[in-house]
Design a protein around this ligand. Sequence first.
Ligand SMILES: CC(C)(COP(=O)(O)OP(=O)(O)OC[C@H]1O[C@@H](n2cnc3c(N)ncnc32)[C@H](O)[C@@H]1OP(=O)(O)O)[C@@H](O)C(=O)NCCC(=O)NCCS
Length: 173
Amino acid sequence: MIILETPRLLLRHLVPGDLEALYALYRDPDIRRYFPDGTRTLDETREELNWFLNGHRRQPELGLWATIERSSDAFLGRCGLLPWEIDGRLEVELAFLITKARWREGFASEAARAIVEHARTVLRLQRLICLITPGNAASVGVAEKVGMSFEREQEDEFGLCHIYALALVTPES
Ligand SMILES: CC(C)(COP(=O)(O)OP(=O)(O)OC[C@H]1O[C@@H](n2cnc3c(N)ncnc32)[C@H](O)[C@@H]1OP(=O)(O)O)[C@@H](O)C(=O)NCCC(=O)NCCS
């Protein structure tokens, strides 16, 4: 199922055939550098992929979506929205991951901007956050490009994390 399209990208549900392409990204230590759990094995990647086949299992309107270059049909990465409970508050995280060979071409910001609009107008969310490991300048760049700003630092069992946040003004119904 297609979630949304941008001039260069198509975001759709992950499918079992994405496994190899997703694993090629998840096994790369550069791409996974700022993830507290590091690289993923093929089995771990399959488990995650299965979790998101029809959107997030508990909240199907959210999830990680295959991010495809429209002109080439190439699997560039996965971006999306993830639900968390942080300090007793339900939050939705804007997540993005793009293949290393295509960094700095504006794909993450293009996907992120479209996802923010989708969250605001279709899902009618009031707030989005990014959870960023300190030092991940690329993630900060994307978060700031969609209008997020630093809110606070938090420490949990995964270590230190910077929370960037954006308040969304939903359209009148
Ligand atoms: C974070 C990530 C998705 C950014 O993808 P991208 O498509 O290269 O991002 P963009 O091209 O849209 O860059 C947006 C802005 O971020 C900043 N930025 C991007 N890469 C950067 C880098 N390596 N160093 C510093 N700033 C960077 C820049 O401000 C950039 O805008 P500019 O190119 O106009 O200057 C990509 O680096 C990635 O997949 N990293 C590994 C996975 C990851 O850490 N995901 C986030 C977990 S919270």
